[in-house]
Design a protein around this ligand. Structure first.
Ligand code: HEC
Length: 121
């Protein structure tokens, strides 16, 4: 009986860690999209990346839809390259980057006219 219990416990542990692994593949930023939009505009990201991250601003490439994951955005913002300026932790908190990513993730990836509420009245 004891070894069966141990096996059940091990199976439980393995499936728990698998579930944790699966969850980390699509990390939620835990960010606040509304605040992220505010920061994106007030802290100047939009100058170069456009208000909705579509690119076509002064210099920046498209950021949304389908933004980089949080760690990718954080790495870019903290180290930067090319004409992308560095935003240090003094001027832009980690939590604000998470909010920005939540905002970018909230931008819909659709070019279908039926998704425009006005046209469905
Ligand atoms: C002065 C213009 C400018 C501003 C302001 C700016 N960026 Fe950028 N950003 C760029 C440019 C140019 C690149 C491309 C750099 C390169 O290719 O090395 C870039 C690249 C990026 C990338 C990488 C995109 C990719 O797919 O590789 C991210 C993410 C990003 N910016 C986020 C931000 C965020 C968030 C802010 C505001 C906190 C911001 N940027 C402000 C110009 C800007």
């Amino acid at each position: 009986m004891k070894s069966i219990d141990l096996a059940a416990l091990l199976i439980g542990l393995v499936s728990l860690s698998l579930a944790a692994g699966a969850a980390s593949e699509t990390p939620a930023t835990g960010g606040n999209a509304a605040n992220g939009k505010r920061v994106f505009v007030t802290d100047g990201c939009y100058y170069c990346h456009g208000t909705t991250g579509a690119g076509g601003g002064i210099a920046g490439p498209r950021l949304a839809p389908n933004p980089l994951p949080l760690e990718g955005v954080k790495a870019k913002v903290r180290t930067a390259s090319g004409r992308m300026p560095v935003y240090s932790a003094t001027v832009l908190k980690d939590s604000e980057i998470a909010d920005i990513v939540a905002y970018l993730q909230s931008i819909p990836n659709s070019t279908d006219a039926k998704d425009i509420p006005l046209l469905n009245r």
